[in-house]
Design a protein around this ligand. Structure first.
Ligand code: PLP
Length: 373
């Protein structure tokens, strides 16, 4: 007997999500000094956590024996104030991945459709597949979402359409007018999830803040996270913003105490740390210019990105997976994109200046070695 024969259908064929390789794992496997390894594989904030977040965590140690506030009252109040929404519109998650999980479980069952874009974040498809739903993947346009084609695939069976804005791993984005027009085309019974994990980084006049569209589109769920620009990836805290009605439905499947006291306290504190956010955005902006400049000097083609990472294509004389492993051996962890149907691309997170230099030097060496063969 094999247990795989007995598990629910959607799980039988499921391949787990592949995260960026952790530093310790690379150090163990390649016998490298962990202190000399740079991880630019998971779009984490390279500055370390905000000092305000660290101070807030310290205060929580005395209450380690007490369950966290399951309603997340203080964090919701701070978020509501900052975003100009009501606390009843917010759902807190153990990372924003939690919110993506809730919305899928609330809406999707065997045989339903969810619509995603090619080259989009893979979690949506995995969640839907686990419930034995059909994942309709719409071909990308210039690596970005083709919203017209996505709305054209909507049928009676469609439950959710996922829009990643900006998209990971391509860094592409959809503008205000396109998003608005798309939302007008989507029937109200279909939920549109706009995943804004990289919202804070985007500096474009016609980039839409989807929260402002909530009053027009009750079928909209916006997700954001503290894992990226706010530098708290390890604590796992994110949130959804929606109508109170939709938030109430999400809350029905939310496990009690899904966000712990450290995460609640740190997230509340970092919302107040304008300097940290400002510095994070500024380091990112400079790093983006530096990396684009140097990738171009190496003769590499990259996809224009508005987030904190950049995806680039390797030239034909070296296979991207090969380049990935050669970079690992030089202590630089990036992300291969074979899983995203971009087998000749790698994605690199924008780091601190010294990390960016380390990456470019390693990449240059890898390319030179490949040319010599
Ligand atoms: C990183 C990321 C997330 C957020 O993950 P968390 O669970 O909040 O850490 C969500 N969506 C996209 C597109 C991401 O890249």
């Amino acid at each position: 007997m094999q247990y795989a024969d007995y598990v629910v259908k959607g799980v039988q064929q499921l391949q787990p999500y592949q995260p960026g390789k952790p530093i310790d794992e690379v150090a163990r496997e390649l016998n490298l000094n962990p202190d000399e390894i740079v991880k630019l594989a998971s779009n984490e904030n390279p500055l370390g956590a905000s000092p305000k977040a660290l101070a807030a965590i310290q205060k929580e140690f005395a209450q380690l024996n007490i369950y966290p506030d399951g309603s997340g009252f203080k964090l919701k109040a701070a978020l509501a104030n900052k975003l100009g929404v009501q606390p009843e519109q917010l759902t807190l998650g153990n990372g924003s991945s939690d919110i993506l999980d809730f919305i899928t479980r609330v809406l999707v069952q065997d045989g339903d459709d969810v619509v995603v874009s090619q080259h989009a974040f893979s979690i949506y498809g995995l969640l839907a597949q686990s419930l034995n739903a059909h994942v309709i993947e719409v071909p990308a346009k210039n690596y970005g979402h083709d919203l017209d084609a996505m709305s054209a695939t909507i049928t009676e069976k469609t439950r959710i359409v996922f829009v990643t804005n900006p998209n990971n791993p391509t860094g592409t984005w959809v503008d205000k007018q396109s998003l608005n027009q798309f939302l007008q085309n989507v029937p109200k019974r279909v939920i549109v999830v706009v995943d804004e994990a990289y919202f804070e980084y985007v500096d474009k006049a016609d980039y839409p803040n989807a929260i402002e569209l909530l009053e027009y589109y009750p079928n909209l769920l916006v997700t954001r996270t503290f894992s990226k620009a706010y530098g708290l990836a390890s604590l796992r805290v994110g949130y959804g913003i929606s109508s109170p009605e939709l938030a109430d439905l999400l809350n029905r499947v939310r496990p009690p105490f899904n966000v712990d006291s450290f995460a609640l306290a740190a997230a509340t504190a970092v919302l107040d740390d304008k300097d940290y956010l400002q510095q994070s955005l500024s380091v990112n902006q400079q790093g983006m210019l530096f990396l684009c400049d140097h990738l171009a000097k190496l003769g590499l083609t990259y996809i224009d990105s508005v987030a904190n990472f950049i995806s680039f294509a390797l030239p034909s004389y070296i296979n991207a997976d090969n380049a990935f492993h050669k970079l690992l051996a030089k202590g630089v962890i990036v992300r291969p994109l074979g899983n995203y149907q971009m087998p000749q691309h790698l994605r690199v997170t924008i780091g601190t200046q010294s990390q960016n230099v380390q990456f470019i030097q390693a990449l240059q060496a890898v390319l030179n070695e490949a040319k010599e063969i």
